[in-house]
Design a protein around this ligand. Structure first.
Ligand code: PEP
Ligand code: MG
Length: 598
């Protein structure tokens, strides 16, 4: 049996604690029939179980509301709605009556029908996860089995949670005082649950194949959410190594404490704009604390996560204002809804498609659904009064898309003006460069855009034909591939010639080594995940531009991603200890390492 399980580090930090295996799996439901006179009793049992589950969800929602906030608590709205779905429950009752089945047998049968209908469709993943959660609660209730309520953990215990898959709903339930680490068999860095774990500061490893089979509850595990390793029953030596790493990172953390106050400039004094990526409202504070010079990517899809309805124009305007207020005198770039692919929340009715990532997503959805897009545009315009708020369009592949979106912005600005609503008279509209088509057409896109921001996550996915969420292909998913480096170079050149600001907001900008490469390629605006800001700034201030350019030249001439990575490490290694800059490194959240023995 393997003692070290390798996965993907999705949320940095080290944790050492006993494993708590969360079998988020269903109980065995026997095929049980009942006598005709018992049928109504089964229907009543079903209804009572629904009431119980709804009140459980309500209770959970209240706790999450107190502990995390309204956005996280909304996840339970969608589940409550699904648990009470009239059509579905009527079909279960009919089955109980017609076939004289027990409530749990009928419920499981009908839930299975829906799962079969939905499975295999990436965009329904979130709804499937909700269905899974409700089915489990219902079956547990009907069969008198207790479920994994992580809230119920003893107050003085710390655990590393091991699960097959972590849903956003399960992740927000986690109490940071008790859950010091997360391991799941499924998932990658871009999974919703990974993004949440990161923002909650819980070290996490995903894509850890075989974890459930190999880790028994209570086993001591050492996880490294940066390297993506899970060590079972670590040896004294392994613990000491981890301890050394932790002390090294602590030392670096102390060293970097003052850096927030210092300007983001290269050793020769060239300013680099270091902005923050904000996915969840809680990240605003971390971005400010870590010295973000504005927001280079405000993801708005998470306003919808777990909700049963779309956010209103007022709600959005309020949120956008709140973000802008946190960054006075700075730019805030709001990205229009990037729905589709794996991000179709319950509030939005998704079509069935064979290839959702090549389907109806992002700007395509927005342009086709004006009743979704226009309120968002109006909210941005209203929030932009007297503030530097800009709008960014994701997944652009054609010039017409930008023209159409800009026409909508102008129409809405005019409509608001006529209606006497306080709103900005216009907006700067920029384009995300995240498809090879956009790179090829960058010169013509530059004619209709106010700025470019490169989304290296999708650019890598579409260039390499590697699904960004597929754990099996994770080692092929790297923006160090020369095909990506060359595209970045072209975009930087086009931007320079057209006098257009070019930034990078994909995860690549949050990797300190890659940040050097980007600077060497001539990109001077980076939008970074908030926890990574101090380290990226340190690298910016330490590595001379001449060295960055040298690394970029080598990367442009390279034949493989490996060569690019090696060249970067060699050049940057002349100025600092590159072991501190491993991919996706960021400082561990304070206190996460407290569970290591001293
Ligand atoms: C990207 O694709 O690089 C990006 C920043 O957008 P997202 O990760 O939200 O798709
Ligand atoms: Mg993208």
């Amino acid at each position: 049996m393997a003692r070290i399980i390798r996965g993907i580090g999705v949320s940095p930090g080290i944790a050492f604690a006993p494993a708590m295996v969360v079998r988020w799996d269903f109980p065995e439901v026997p095929d049980r029939t009942v006598r005709a006179e018992q049928v109504e009793e089964e229907v009543s049992r079903l209804r009572a179980a629904v009431d119980h589950v709804v009140s459980q969800l309500h209770d959970l929602e209240q706790r999450v509301l107190r502990r995390a906030g309204p956005e996280e608590a909304r996840i339970f709205d969608a589940q409550t709605l699904m648990a009470q779905d009239k059509e579905f429950l009527a079909s279960v009752e009919t089955l109980i009556r017609n076939n004289q089945l027990s409530a749990e047998t009928a419920y499981e049968f009908k839930a299975l029908e829906i799962r079969n209908l939905w499975s295999g469709q990436a965009r329904l993943r979130e709804r499937l996860a909700d269905l899974h959660a409700i089915q489990l609660r219902m079956l547990n209730q009907l069969m008198g089995r207790s479920g994994p309520e992580l809230w119920a953990m003893p107050a003085d215990e710390q655990v590393v949670v091991i699960a097959h898959e972590l849903s956003p709903g399960l992740t927000v339930q986690l109490d940071r005082d008790h859950v010091v680490g997360l391991v799941s068999e499924e998932g990658t860095r871009t999974a919703h649950a990974a993004i949440l774990a990161h923002s909650l500061g819980i070290p996490a490893v995903m894509g850890a194949a075989g974890a459930l089979a190999q880790i028994a509850g209570g086993t001591m595990v050492l996880i490294d959410g940066q390297a993506g390793t899970v060590v079972l029953n670590p040896t004294r030596g392994e613990l000491e190594d981890a301890q050394t790493q932790v002390s090294r990172r602590h030392k670096l953390e102390l060293q970097l404490e003052g850096i927030v106050e210092q300007p983001a400039v290269t050793p020769s004094g060239r300013p680099i704009l270091l902005m923050g990526n904000v996915d969840l409202p809680e990240e605003i504070e971390a971005a400010v604390r870590n010295g973000a010079q504005g927001v280079g990517l405000l993801r708005t899809e998470f306003l919808l996560t777990g909700r049963a309805t779309l956010p209103t124009e007022d709600e959005q305007a309020e949120y956008f204002r709140r973000v802008a207020l946190s960054f006075p005198e700075r730019t805030v770039v709001i990205r229009s809804y990037d729905l589709g692919g794996d991000k179709f929340p319950a509030a939005f009715k998704a079509p069935q498609e064979a290839n959702p990532f090549l389907g109806w997503r992002s700007i395509r959805v927005c342009l086709d659904e004006p009743e979704v897009f226009r309120p968002q545009i109006r909210a941005v315009l209203r929030a932009a009064v007297g503030r530097d708020i800009q709008l960014m369009l994701p997944l652009v592949t054609r010039v017409e898309e930008v023209l159409e979106a800009r026409a909508m912005v102008e129409e809405e600005a005019e409509a608001l003006r006529r209606a006497g609503v306080r709103a900005a008279p216009s907006l700067l509209v920029g384009v995300m460069i995240e498809t090879p088509a956009a790179v090829v057409m960058a010169d013509r896109l530059a004619e209709v855009s106010a700025f470019f921001s490169v989304g290296t996550n999708d650019l890598t996915q579409y260039t390499m034909a590697v699904d960004r969420g597929n754990a099996r292909l994770a080692d092929r998913f790297t923006p160090h591939d020369p095909s990506i480096v060359r595209q970045l170079h072209r975009v930087a050149e086009v931007g320079r010639e057209a006098g257009l600001p070019v930034s990078v907001c994909g995860e690549m900008a949050s990797e300190p080594l890659s940040a050097v490469l980007l600077i060497g390629l001539g990109i001077d605006r980076l939008s970074v995940s908030p926890p990574a800001l101090p380290l990226v700034k340190w690298v910016v201030r330490t590595v001379p531009e001449e060295a960055a350019r040298r690394a970029a030249d080598e990367a442009l001439a390279a034949a493989s991603a490996d060569q690019v990575s090696r060249a970067l490490r060699a050049v940057v290694g002349e100025y600092l200890d590159v072991r501190l800059l491993d991919p996706h490194s960021a400082l561990p959240g304070r206190g996460r390492v407290a569970s290591l023995p001293h």
